[in-house]
Design a protein around this ligand. Structure first.
Ligand code: FAD
Ligand code: AMP
Length: 478
């Protein structure tokens, strides 16, 4: 007998699994189809984020930062020790255990909420039917009132540097190195390239980042990207801007990379090369020719502001649709879609999706940059507070960076919060909460912040917008 569900989700990443849980919570009969298996061949839920993305990269970033601190950061606290070493397989093994815990946690949540977990490859057919090809090759057709496509994305390959997952790796391969490469190349100075470059640099690799663009971190506020370039360079990342990779040749255990820069043709040799030039949507064998769902010119599933495709009752969310490729964006789209299936008037505020780069210092922002606002002709007031003036940051010996709050000069409404520094991701989230409720810089300045906290830097930057910061000399006078 054909199974029929209120909601069938294809893909169990942060978009799909959250949508499936929410749908079941709202009383809808729900199935979630996923095909990804771990190294042991077992179904692993959680998508890119839990298996080979957000979580494993943060596990390695945290381990490598602790090693770096133990080597170079403890002495100032009076902690003297010698001979700190790094057991790379143990570090990578810890990461694998975290992944296992979280992915099996999703399976537990599916059971607890009554989501039917189906292993296999899902394909949308006409008439909201879904074909599932099981691991044994058998095929089942499922019927659905609503289908949510959440197949995610995969790394982009570039012909000049074909990934072999040995010498030339993508982000997944770069999470699995069993020893520290002496000379590590990274193509692409985006979020993933900088995070993975930082991991291996902290463990002792000589890291060179080759970035085709002349501008560093173009999406960030210029003040933040300048500070980031200075700090990461000081940490030892050799970031070459305007360097476009044109070819590579693997010779045994090393790879010779050709690139062009302002001076002409260049050559550089690495022991490992990470290709981190972005990600593309996964739509391979996802849509039957007559299913009615269309792709846009860049290969993303075409959706409206509410993630509805061109077929009524079929939705698409996460990395496979337009917008930022971020786990929290995928999850919130999933929640929005399910609420709307239930008839609720849910929507998402795409203007307030925070971005984070988990380097040290962390880089995070929400809202618009000063340069974007100026280009739009919006007059702004800006308040900046450096962590060097924060008692809490001094106590932690972590004083690099600043908080920058940008407010509309006429209304004082906060339009952007940009942070480079300790706990930037958490501080920016506070800004996002305020901005969602239309906070002014004055509102933030009038709130009581605990002392001593890093959050006080946000408070002071908000005060500085109108020349009222207490713990720095104000550039702007009241
Ligand atoms: P995915 O997580 O890609 O999940 C899609 C799932 O669908 C996969 O499991 C796939 O196997 C399955 N699937 C695909 N097609 C089918 C099919 N036909 N049938 C059955 N199953 C199918 N984002 C952040 O917000 N913060 C971070 O710190 C962060 N760090 C990252 C670090 C790295 C190294 C990488 C690579 C990514 C990172 N991201 C981060 C991005 C984040 O992982 C993605 O934005 C997020 O996972 C997208 O979620 P999704 O549900 O759309 O797709
Ligand atoms: P992101 O899309 O944020 O992951 O960043 C990927 C980066 O890779 C972008 O900044 C691109 O400019 C960069 N990039 C893409 N192709 C090349 C190439 N052939 N050589 C160097 N950098 C590249």
């Amino acid at each position: 007998m054909t199974q029929k569900f209120d909601v069938v989700v294809i893909g169990a990443g942060p978009g799909g699994y959250v949508a499936a849980i929410k749908a079941a919570q709202l009383g809808l009969s729900t199935a979630c189809i996923e095909k990804y298996t771990d190294k042991e061949g077992k179904l692993a839920l959680g998508g890119t984020c839990l298996n080979v993305g957000c979580i494993p990269s943060k596990a390695l970033l945290d381990s490598s930062w602790k090693f770096h601190e133990a080597q170079d950061g403890f002495a100032i606290h009076g902690i003297n020790h010698a001979g700190v070493t790094m057991d790379v397989p143990a570090m990578v093994g810890r990461k694998a255990n975290i992944v296992k815990g979280l992915t099996s946690g999703v399976a537990t949540l599916f059971k607890a909420n009554g989501v039917s977990s189906i292993e296999g490859h899902g394909k949308l057919l006409a008439g909201k039917k879904v074909e599932v090809t099981k691991p044994d090759g058998s095929v089942e057709i499922i019927e659905a009132e609503n289908v949510i496509l959440a197949p995610g994305s995969r790394p982009i390959d570039i012909p000049p540097a074909p990934v072999d997952q040995n010498v030339i790796v993508d982000s997944t391969g770069a999470l699995e190195f069993q020893s520290v490469p002496k000379r590590l190349g990274v193509i692409g100075a985006g979020v993933i390239g900088l995070e993975l470059g930082s991991v291996w640099s902290r463990l002792g690799a000589e890291v060179t980042v080759l970035e085709a663009l002349d501008t560093f971190l173009m999406a960030a506020d210029t003040a933040v990207s300048k500070e980031a370039l200075k700090t990461l360079t000081k940490q030892g990342l050799d970031i070459k801007l305007g360097a476009r990779v044109t070819g590579s040749k693997v010779n045994g255990d090393e790879v010779v990379v050709n690139y062009t820069d302002a001076k002409g043709e260049q050559k550089i040799t690495f022991d490992k090369l990470i290709v981190a030039v972005g990600r593309r949507p996964v739509t391979t064998d996802l849509l039957a020719a007559d299913c009615g769902v269309t792709l846009d010119e860049r290969g993303f599933v075409h959706v409206d502001d509410h993630c509805a495709t061109t077929v009524p009752g079929v939705y698409a969310i996460g990395d496979v649709v337009r917008g930022m490729m971020l786990a929290h964006k995928a999850s919130e789209e999933g929640i929005m879609v399910v609420e709307r299936i239930k008839g609720h008037k849910a929507q998402m505020n795409y203007d307030l999706i925070p971005s984070v780069i988990y380097t040290h210092p962390e880089i995070a922002w929400v809202g618009k940059t000063e340069q974007a606002l100026k280009a739009e002709g919006v007059e702004v007031n800006v308040g900046t507070f450096p962590f060097a003036a924060s008692g809490r940051a001094m106590a932690a010996n972590d004083t690099g960076g600043f908080v920058k709050v940008i407010a509309d000069a006429k209304t004082d409404r906060v339009l952007g919060v940009h942070v480079i520094g300790p706990s930037a991701a958490e501080l920016v989230q506070q800004g996002a909460i305020g901005m969602e409720f239309g906070t002014s810089a004055e509102d933030l300045g009038m709130m009581v912040f605990s002392h001593p906290t890093l959050s006080e830097a946000l408070h002071e930057a908000a005060l500085a917008v109108n020349g009222g910061a207490i713990h720095i000399a104000n550039r702007k006078k009241r």
